[in-house]
Design a protein around this ligand. Structure first.
Ligand code: ARG
Length: 284
């Protein structure tokens, strides 16, 4: 029997894609600039258009709000040009907040600044970390498991600390390509049990772990990964990702998701895009 043409298109798994409203924390790029280089994308010689960065960021915030998400905003601090990358500010799971402790001195002050915001906004279950970790840049929640990146920024000892604090299983994944220095540059969570990722960003053992856990994952091409296509945020139905990642858009549509292209080219000059600018405040 033919499929009714106007029915909502189910995913390949036949699943209906349902958006769940999220609570998000963002930091406007008021003091954004590229004045130092701590990843291969950052070239302090290349000029940054601050006005354009703010306009692109504002479009992303408006888009989240139009999709029904709640966006909270933390005040940016002068002298912290990377503070716009809110994903790195903390890891929030089940209402618990694990503070960030940055690898590079240029970003050190962001950790306490973000944790203070949580303290001032009614969050009580806060943990100042013992080990270096760059927040939700390296910790991604999929279902009831935490995927945890290491290799460039987050110390692998942080993984045990996070497992103990959140009481959730933590699966460590080793990144091997400096262009993909945070987990959220190489892998995105699409639903409670689906991810997309760029295999070559991971060590052989970590690639095997990902195949084992997610045999049906969407795999990104080198071209899509290079335009930060995996730096995406999914609400279960809409997937916000760089518009330049054209093949991922197609693959997501085939799975029944609604990809939405976002233009954050100014922020890409610091090695960040959609997901880096967004910290999900995962509720209790
Ligand atoms: N320039 C920043 C850094 O190198 C970019 C951070 C991107 N954030 C992310 N969640 N991947 O730390």
């Amino acid at each position: 029997m033919a499929e009714p043409r106007l029915a909502p298109r189910p995913g390949r798994s036949g699943r209906e894609r349902v958006a769940r409203p999220r609570r998000l924390l963002m930091c406007p790029p008021v003091h954004f600039d590229v004045t130092y280089s701590i990843n291969p994308w950052m070239d302090p010689q290349q000029p940054v258009d601050g006005g354009l960065a703010l306009a692109q960021w504002t479009s992303l915030r408006n888009l989240y709000q139009e999709l029904g998400h709640t966006v909270e905003v933390i005040e940016p601090l002068p002298g912290l040009p990377d503070m716009v990358f809110a994903a790195n500010g903390a890891t929030v799971v089940d209402g618990r907040v694990l503070g960030a402790r940055f690898r590079n001195v240029q970003r050190t002050a962001e950790g306490p600044a973000y944790l203070a915001w949580f303290g001032e906004h009614g969050w009580t279950d806060l943990h100042w970390p013992e080990h270096i970790n760059e927040g939700a840049g390296d910790y991604l929640v999929v279902g009831r498991t935490l995927l945890a990146g290491t290799g460039f920024r987050t110390d692998p000892r942080s993984h045990a600390e996070a497992q103990e604090f959140f009481g959730l299983p933590v699966v460590g994944l080793t990144l091997v390509n400096p262009q993909f220095y945070h987990l959220d540059t190489a892998l995105a969570v699409l639903s409670e049990d689906e991810v997309m990722y760029y295999p070559e960003a991971f060590s052989p053992g970590s690639q095997a772990v990902l195949r084992e856990m997610f045999p049906d994952a969407v795999l990104a091409t080198a071209e899509d990964a290079a335009v930060f296509g995996l730096n995406a945020l999914s609400d279960g139905r809409h997937v916000l990702l760089p518009e330049a990642a054209v093949q991922l858009h197609q693959r997501l549509r085939e799975r029944g998701f609604e990809p939405i292209g976002v233009d954050l080219t100014e922020l890409l000059k610091a090695g960040g895009s959609v997901k880096c600018c967004t910290l999900e405040l995962h509720p209790r």
